[in-house]
Design a protein around this ligand. Structure first.
Ligand code: ZN
Length: 319
């Protein structure tokens, strides 16, 4: 299948300025990410961000700290965000052909193309830039460089205000098992509640309603109360995810809403509980505010802004 790539000129300029500056000042390779969105057979690249935290960086290769990519991906709603990677070959003048897709580059692209068949790999020496996609090995593609790309023109967006409660009684032994457990429970809950006409699309106001998940929450919080060997877990969530879709049939919207809810809940839970490994032995209660997300329709792409909770978690031990 052929793919057409459109890239905003400013995103390309940003890559080459960064690559040239690092090549000049330190003579090492640089890497970074391409941001945009995918169509069925199109890729739009609206922005680019250079990596700032490296695991290793030399003249002949560079590896990003894996956390940076995860954190970057979290800043965008699903269907928007990372569409490719770029890296530099700062060997201009040293070899005849500096811009090529090496065997290492091939295997990197192979691992990324599992996320999307049209995932892009861009190689540049700061002047010449080449684009590749994975088809039987790395295939060059010729992008169309355009002055501006508007996701508002290419995608439809819907707000989906939600407020719901989840109560479960369990016998989990440790507090840090709670996010994983609730992730499973949430998945079951949204799969049930979004089914059929559980999800209602209001085209005139660009909103999506999920009646089963609207009402019943006053805050974003998690409370665990222990009695004997069982624990009562009470999760309250107020979310206002936004989904961005190209086509927008019911199935596409259902998947997008489901993914947004799970992304938000999982992030908020792990953010408040993930670091610890507290045993529930001797714990009487645990209470945490979880913070919240808001989607801002900024340019060149919409962003998800995380607002951390006020106050820290309160853990009360028996006795
Ligand atoms: Zn390379």
């Amino acid at each position: 299948m052929t793919v057409s790539v459109r890239m905003q000129r400013s995103a390309l300029r940003k890559i080459n300025m960064h690559v040239n500056e690092v090549a000049r000042s330190r003579g090492v390779e640089t890497i970074g990410w391409l941001l945009g969105f995918f169509g069925r057979s199109e890729v739009w690249v609206c922005d680019s961000v250079p990596c700032t935290r490296y695991k290793s960086q030399s003249r002949y290769g560079a590896h990003a700290d894996a956390r940076e990519e995860v954190e970057l991906a979290m800043q965008y709603p699903r269907n928007v965000g990372i569409v490719g990677i770029f890296h530099s070959h700062p060997f201009r003048g040293e070899t005849e052909h500096a811009v090529f897709h090496s065997a290492t580059d091939d295997s990197t692209l192979k691992s990324r193309a599992s996320r999307h068949e049209n995932y892009l790999s861009v190689v540049t020496d700061g002047t010449d830039t080449e684009f590749f996609v994975l088809r039987d090995g790395a295939q060059p593609v010729k992008p169309e460089i355009v002055e501006s790309i508007s996701y508002r023109e290419e995608m439809k967006s819907y707000r989906c205000p939600l407020a719901f409660r989840l109560r479960r009684e369990t016998s989990l032994p440790r507090v840090d098992f709670v996010p994983g457990y609730l992730e499973q429970e949430m998945l079951a809950l949204v799969e049930r509640d979004l089914r059929g006409d559980g999800l209602r699309v209001k085209k005139d106001s660009n909103t999506i309603e999920v009646p089963a998940l609207q009402g019943g929450a006053e805050s974003n919080s998690l409370v665990i109360t222990k009695t004997g060997s069982t624990a009562m877990i009470e999760l309250e969530m107020i979310l206002e995810p936004m989904v961005f879709v190209r086509g927008g049939n019911a199935e596409e919207l259902r998947t997008a809403v489901k993914n947004e809810i799970l992304d938000d809940v999982v992030f908020l839970l792990w953010n408040s509980l993930g670091g610890g490994s507290t045993s529930l032995d001797g714990v009487k209660s645990f209470e945490a505010n979880l913070g919240s997300f808001r989607v801002h329709e900024t340019s060149p792409l919409p962003r998800k802004i995380f607002k951390p909770p006020r106050g820290s978690a309160v853990l009360v031990r028996e006795g």
